[in-house]
Design a binder for this molecule. Structure first.
Ligand code: SF4
Length: 255
């Protein structure tokens, strides 16, 4: 019998639903996936934007963003991180160009001088229908109605609608809305996926039905994980995505 993780996060729930065996490798066996070009790009851009929104509103210009990006690059040792990638998708210049394109596109999504962020990289610990959950919210803003707007920066492309429904696309943010409600009694009005690469925002109004669907996914997945731990049986979901799975060389389905 395996011990289930003490907490689930919206992303670990997504991993289990994508492939239970992959969840076992990462969350039960504790095997780490090495960073990729895309995860490094996301982390670097998040880091720059987190610092950018701490600057006084009047100073939130493209020049400030450029200076901050240069400072974060040096202070956090990003040159070494990117050079250390096992499968780089380009040169350091390519990486910087991709990152700066995402940062520049922020101005297509909003006017940073008119946008005040109330919480960034906010840790939430909460019980949702008895399921212990933990996660980090990229950002949230209190609207004029006192309700929260949760936002998540994305540096990649939106998922193909053929493979991911709208509910699946917004599951992570709706789970955060449930977690904020459980932990801080905050009500969420909207959730936004901020696609920086495209300069486009995809958002939905939060409704009781959408929250109920997300709640059902959390409870149902927790039950499935507990059951898989008890029976020591984690199914391999073999799909085309296996070609991008770090664990393929040790996966029982590919031996
Ligand atoms: S290779 Fe495929 S089946 Fe195996 S763990 Fe990864 S996603 Fe799952």
């Amino acid at each position: 019998m395996f011990t289930p993780p003490a907490y689930l996060s919206p992303s670990s729930i997504n991993t289990y639903r994508e492939c239970p065996q992959k969840f076992k490798f990462s969350r039960i066996d504790g095997l780490q996936e090495p960073p990729t070009w895309h995860t490094h790009l996301g982390t670097f851009v998040h880091e720059v934007l987190e610092h950018f929104y701490q600057v006084d509103a009047d100073d939130r210009t493209l020049d400030t963003a450029r200076s901050l990006a240069t400072a974060r690059w040096k202070e956090s040792g990003w040159e070494e991180h990117v050079n250390g990638l096992l499968k780089p998708l380009g040169s350091i210049t390519d990486f910087k160009k991709a990152a700066f394109e995402c940062i520049t596109n922020l101005w297509q999504l909003e006017d940073p001088q008119q946008t005040e962020i109330d919480g960034m990289e906010h840790e939430v610990l909460a019980e949702v229908d008895g399921v212990a959950m933990k996660g980090y919210i990229d950002r949230f803003i209190f609207g004029d109605d006192g309700k929260v707007v949760i936002g998540d920066y994305k540096t990649g492309n939106p998922p193909n609608p053929r493979f991911k429904s709208e509910d699946e696309k917004f599951f992570q943010l709706l789970a955060y809305a449930l977690m904020l409600e459980a932990a801080d009694q905050e009500e969420t009005s909207r959730v936004q996926l901020l696609y920086l690469k495209l300069g486009a925002s995809h958002e939905v109004t939060v409704t009781p039905v959408k929250l109920a669907i997300a709640r059902g996914v959390i409870v149902e997945t927790k039950e499935a994980i507990d059951n898989a731990c008890t029976t020591e049986s984690f199914e391999c979901n073999v799909t085309k995505l296996c070609d991008w799975c770090h664990f393929k060389p040790i996966c029982p389905a590919h031996q």
